[in-house]
Design a protein around this ligand. Structure first.
Ligand code: FAD
Length: 466
């Protein structure tokens, strides 16, 4: 039997490969075009910030550990095309090409950072997508005399890029272009590195998918920490000769010596061009409940794939870490002979802005719910995070959205300073269980003064909406 071939050696790909090997004696080949495998994108802002000591702390499984699981791991191997009729992939490695037959194929190629209209070839212009980007930004931020290459650890880092950036004068003024979660995390990271940070967001609020109530508190927290936040502001271009010197807005040039682009990501689907595979939102590969694409024996998972929305039932694209790991693991089981659904996604997400914690799940405001065909009702409440008399009590703002007709919980957001983010998991669970607001209100949530008031902020919101 031909092997199970996996393209992509990170969250979705290695979860699938590991699970399949654990549950069967199938031959599993993983092609990874880069040198890093099993790394945490999510930790890269914290490496740049300095709160993660070494780049290699962000690795989970080493190549040797993957091979010890019986995975045939081929780094430096890029899959350039798929012949779904012949069930072969074409692989490029060391300047050569070869064909690899497969019995089943998993496309777990992730996404790439979009550059928008910006010139990423200028020194000082970066996206953050992967460990080499994190290493390059870290090197650029450091003064040549202060740069500590020991922070890189002993991984397969792109040393030429690091050395080039480490030799340049450190920046004083940063522009973060894009106010999504990567932009917000990098605003905090660059502030910690002593840079004067300006954050530019095209729309009215930061963290648009979290809703306005969260965005407003994030903006004021960033300002309190010295970040200059420019909302409703579109950056037109980054200009400079070799090194970025300014950004252009409405014909004005504002000086800047480092720019971080957080202007979105695009699914890496090029290897399926010409196959006629069905696409979904944002061009991601359309998948069914088992992660199958429209091509026979071809699965897709993670940032490259669509998923079904837990609230609307519609096809959606939510490129997040658990989605990738979970879908990969399920497909690994399916290929091993135990058909396992990949699960729906509710878009549950959390992010930190300095000491402020934000969470969101499902449909976070009435307009999103109306667009999805519901008749929504929503309330935003503010309640304490602990008993009022107990030290550390913090204002927690909860927005809860429900369907007026059925009472079903549709989504919401939470923002505050004292474990606000983890409270979103209560709402995520309510959505998964299809609870109504009345059922949510009756949940027996834990109470003791150091952890919660008698009525947890989520229960307060449910009482008000009900
Ligand atoms: P990836 O992790 O991108 O892996 C895809 C792999 O495929 C890559 O190694 C790539 O080199 C390889 N590849 C691509 N094309 C080919 C090819 N043709 N041939 C061979 N190999 C190929 N998510 C959260 O849930 N929480 C967070 O806090 C969070 N923070 C993040 C912070 C940052 C800065 C970034 C960039 C992402 C963050 N994410 C977060 C998102 C999360 O990291 C991704 O959803 C997750 O990594 C997706 O896993 P994946 O396996 O689909 O793709």
């Amino acid at each position: 039997m031909d092997p199970f071939v996996v393209v992509g050696g990170d969250a979705a790909g290695l979860s699938a490969a590991s699970k399949c090997r654990r549950e069967s004696d199938r031959e599993v080949i993983v092609f990874e075009k880069g040198q890093w495998i099993s790394y945490a994108h999510c930790g890269t802002p914290y490496f740049v910030e300095g709160s993660v000591d070494r780049l290699t702390d962000l690795l989970s499984l080493s190549p040797a550990e993957a091979e010890a699981r019986g995975i045939d791991l081929r780094r430096g191997h890029e899959v350039v095309s798929v012949d779904a009729e012949d069930r072969t992939v074409t692989v490029r490695a060391d300047g050569e090409r070869f064909e690899q037959p497969y019995a089943e194929l998993l496309v777990a190629t992730g996404a790439s950072a979009a550059a928008g209209p910006f010139d990423r070839s200028l020194d000082g212009v970066f996206s953050l997508h992967g460990l080499d980007d994190a290493a390059a930004i870290d090197a650029y931020l450091a003064a040549p005399d202060d740069y500590d290459p020991a922070r890189l650890g002993d991984g397969p880092v792109d040393r030429d890029r690091v050395d080039h950036n480490a030799a340049l004068e450190p920046p004083e003024r940063a522009a973060i272009v894009g106010g999504g979660y990567v932009g917000v995390e990098m605003a905090e990271a660059l502030s910690a590195r002593g840079v004067d940070v300006h954050l530019y967001q095209r729309s009215a609020h930061l963290l648009t998918p979290f809703g306005a109530a969260v965005g407003e508190r994030v903006e004021s927290t960033l300002r309190d920490h010295g970040v200059t936040v420019h909302t409703d502001t579109e950056v037109d271009a980054l200009v400079g000769d070799e090194r970025v010197a300014a950004l252009r807005i409405d014909g004005d040039e504002r000086p800047v010596d480092v720019a971080i682009l957080g202007v979105g990501i695009r699914p890496n689907t090029a290897l399926l061009d010409g196959t006629g595979v069905d696409r979904g939102p944002s061009g991601a590969i359309k998948t069914d409940d088992y992660g199958r694409t429209s091509l026979p024996a071809v699965y897709a998972a993670g940032d490259v794939a669509t998923a079904r929305h837990a609230v609307t039932g519609a096809e959606t694209w939510v490129p997040l870490g658990l989605t990738a790991n979970r879908a990969g693991r399920a497909i690994g089981s399916t290929v091993a002979g135990d058909p396992t659904p990949v699960g729906d996604v509710a878009g549950t997400a959390v992010v930190k802005a300095f000491d402020l914690e934000c969470g969101r799940v499902g449909l976070v405001d009435e307009s999103a719910a109306t667009d999805a065909g519901f008749d929504p009702v929503s309330e935003t409440i503010t309640a304490g995070s602990r008993s009022g008399y107990y030290p550390g009590n913090e204002e927690t703002t909860v927005t809860l959205v429900a369907d007026r007709t059925t009472g079903r919980v549709l989504g919401g957001s939470i923002v505050g300073r004292d474990r606000a983010a983890v409270r979103i998991d209560t709402l995520a669970t309510a959505i998964e269980a299809d609870l109504t607001v009345a059922e949510l209100e009756r949940l027996d949530l834990a109470y003791a003064p150091p952890f919660s008031p008698v009525w947890d902020p989520v229960l307060v919101a449910a009482k008000v909406v009900n």
